[in-house]
Ligand binder design. Structure first.
Ligand code: ASP
Length: 250
């Protein structure tokens, strides 16, 4: 709706990710999994492809919508704030806080339901955002790929926008978003999405990617058994609840 009304890609990805963070079905915001201490620690990042501004927060416990705090950081000098510093910044911007840390939705529960969104607006600007409760049972203080530009997300006008989910350490070690962006410079959207397969196979890891190229063409790929995605374009009926099978590297 934001894009159909002529709004910005940046607003569209922020609002879409906020909605997904509010849905306990996903491992982000209210649906976040527990770490080894039984606590929720969340990471989120957002990028404006027009300006290359990045905002990200990591290891936050008291925010319902980490992506909102990341969005508020976009025009600030720091790229990434963590823990209490990120929460204090969010508070200073009037972003709602949970008094107690968020409760894990399914203690000891699921992995790999991180949320993300990429968008291109009518002006041709692109944006990307990713938000996660991380991997269940990891050490307290662990930060994954989701708040790291070039790893869990990236956006640059004239190239495209990318958001990833999967094994955060493998995604960070291979700079997976950066690899997909590089592929997007020369390959079609669907082929560029396949840039995740070799590095993930090499590290015996799983990942899934959603992307848009500079023209707004969609690419989706994953080597995980399942990967849910949805998309809509100008004049299209929304394609939703899609479990993407094409391009599956397995
Ligand atoms: N990539 C996220 C992380 O490692 C987890 C996920 O995508 O489910 O924190």
């Amino acid at each position: 709706m934001i894009l159909a009304r002529g709004g910005s890609a940046l607003d569209a990805v922020k609002v879409a990710v906020c909605l997904l963070e509010d849905d306990p079905l996903f491992n982000a915001g209210r649906g976040s999994v527990a770490n080894a201490d039984g606590l929720v620690e969340m990471d989120a990042g957002i990028m404006d492809g027009a300006t290359l501004d990045v905002g990200a927060v990591a290891c936050v416990r008291f925010l319902y919508n980490p992506v909102e705090a990341a969005h508020a950081m976009l025009r600030e000098p720091p790229v990434l704030l963590v823990g209490a510093g990120a929460e204090a910044f969010a508070k200073s911007r009037g972003i709602p806080e949970a008094r107690e840390g968020l409760r894990p939705s399914m203690p000891g529960g699921r992995d790999h339901d991180t949320v993300g969104c990429v968008a291109r607006d009518r002006k041709g600007h692109v944006a990307a955002a990713t938000s996660t409760g991380g991997l269940a049972g990891t050490l307290a203080g662990r930060v994954g790929d989701a708040p790291l530009p070039g790893c869990g997300f990236y956006a640059e006008d004239g190239i495209g926008a990318v958001s990833l989910s999967g094994d955060g350490e493998a995604i960070a070690r291979t700079l997976l978003a950066a690899r997909v962006m590089r592929a997007l410079e020369t390959a079609a959207a669907s082929a560029a999405a396949g840039a995740i397969f070799d590095p993930m196979t090499r590290l015996a890891a799983e990942a899934g990617v959603i992307l848009l190229d500079r023209e707004g063409r969609v690419g989706i790929a994953h080597n995980s058994p399942h990967f849910a995605a949805a998309y809509v374009g100008e004049g299209m009926e929304p394609v939703s609840g899609l479990v993407w099978k094409e391009n599956n590297g397995r």
